[in-house]
Design a protein around this ligand. Structure first.
Ligand code: ZN
Length: 305
C-alpha cells in the first residue's frame, strides 16, 4: 500500500530531527553525525519516528563514548544481579606512554595465567588514560586498567596483590605502589566507581587510539554469568536501558505504580514491532530533497521517492 502523505510527513520529521540535533549540546547528541543519515521507524507502513543516526565511535566522540559506557555499566550491573559478581578490583598502571594495547594486554594475560594457577579467575578490564594533569606527569597520558575479578574471594586480596606485583610490575616496569588490589565491598558502590571513571571525558584514550576499552574474558573463562555471550549481554543491557528511559518518560508524564509498569510493557511491545531502515537525505540537481535507501526494510520504493 502506497502512503502518499509519507513524503511530506517524512521530510518534516527529518528536518525537525535535524533542528533538534543542532540545538542540542555534545552531551546530548553525537557531534559526528553527518546531518543526512536517518534511522526511520515504521509500524505497518506508517511512519513512527525519524531519528538522527550516530557515529558509533566511542574513541572519537564524547556522546557515543558515554552511550557505550552506559551500556557497559548496565551489562556489569545485570550480570552482578544474576550473580556471582566480581569480588576483587585490580588497578594496573603503566609507566609507559602508549596507544599500543599489546603492551599491556600481554602482561595482563600473564597475570591471569599466574592467578589461574590458584583460582578459576574470570575478569573484565576497563581501560582508561590518566589525564596528564598530575604534577609529575609532564602532560603525558598513560594507560591504566581497572580489572574486575570473579572467582577469587575477598580474603585472598593479599595473595592476589603479591602475584600482581611480581608479574605485572616485572612485565611493565610499574612500581608496586602504583598498582592496587582490594576487595569490592558492594557492586552498587563499584558501579558508581566505574561510572564515574569510565564516563569521564578526560580519561578517554588520546586521539589515534583504535582498540576496545572494555574487555571481558572469553571462551572457557567467559566473564558473563549464565553462559551468555557478550552480544547477548549487550542486547539485554540495551533493553534494560530502553526500559529505564521509558520509566523516566512515563513518570514525567505522571504515570505511577502498576499503571506505569503496564505502559512500559505496552510501549516495549510496540517498539519490538517496529521496522527500521536507514536513509540518506540528499539534494538532487534541481535542489529537491530526495531519500536514498541505504538499508533495512521499513519503507518500500515508491513510498518515499
Ligand atoms: Zn558519535
Amino acid at each position: 500500500m502506497v502512503v502518499l502523505s509519507l513524503t511530506a510527513e517524512l521530510l518534516d520529521a527529518a528536518l525537525e530531527e535535524r533542528a533538534r540535533h543542532e540545538r542540542a549540546l555534545d552531551r546530548e547528541v553525537c557531534r559526528r553525525w553527518d546531518g543526512k543519515t536517518f534511522l526511520i521507524a515504521t509500524l505497518d507502513d506508517r511512519l513512527d519516528g525519524v531519528h538522527a543516526s550516530t557515529c558509533n565511535s566511542p574513541n572519537k566522540c564524547g556522546y557515543c563514548a558515554r552511550m557505550a559506557a552506559l551500556e557497559n555499566l548496565k551489562m556489569l550491573e545485570l550480570d552482578a544481579d544474576r550473580g556471582p559478581g566480581p569480588e576483587i578490583l585490580l588497578v594496573l598502571t603503566t609507566p609507559t606512554v602508549t596507544l599500543e594495547m599489546s603492551e599491556f594486554y600481554g602482561p595482563l594475560q600473564q597475570v591471569m595465567r599466574a592467578l589461574r594457577l590458584r583460582w578459576a579467575v574470570r575478569y573484565c578490564s576497563l581501560l582508561e588514560y590518566t589525564t596528564g594533569k598530575a604534577p609529575r606527569s609532564g602532560g603525558r597520558r598513560r594507560p591504566h586498567l581497572n580489572v574486575l575479578l570473579k572467582g577469587v574471594a575477598p580474603r585472598d586480596a593479599g595473595p592476589v596483590r603479591g602475584i600482581v606485583h611480581r608479574v605485572w610490575c616485572a612485565q611493565t616496569g610499574a612500581v608496586p605502589e602504583a598498582t592496587y588490589a582490594a576487595p569490592i565491598r558492594d557492586v552498587g558502590g563499584l558501579s558508581k566507581y566505574v561510572a564515574a571513571h569510565f564516563q569521564k571525558t578526560s580519561q578517554r584514550p588520546p586521539e589515534g587510539f583504535k582498540g576496545q576499552r572494555f574487555n571481558p574474558s572469553k571462551g572457557q573463562w567467559r566473564y558473563w554469568n549464565g553462559d551468555l555471550t557478550a552480544a547477548e549481554m549487550r542486547e539485554q543491557a540495551k533493553r534494560a536501558i530502553a526500559r529505564d528511559n521509558l520509566r523516566y518518560r512515563g513518570a514525567l508524564a505522571g504515570l505511577r505504580g502498576p499503571e506505569l509498569e503496564a505502559w512500559i510493557d505496552a510501549e516495549e511491545q510496540r517498539r519490538d514491532q517496529l521496522d527500521w531502515s536507514i536513509y540518506r537525505l540528499k539534494r538532487d540537481r534541481w535542489g529537491e530533497e530526495r531519500w536514498q535507501w541505504l538499508g533495512g526494510k521499513g519503507l518500500r520504493r515508491g513510498d518515499y521517492d
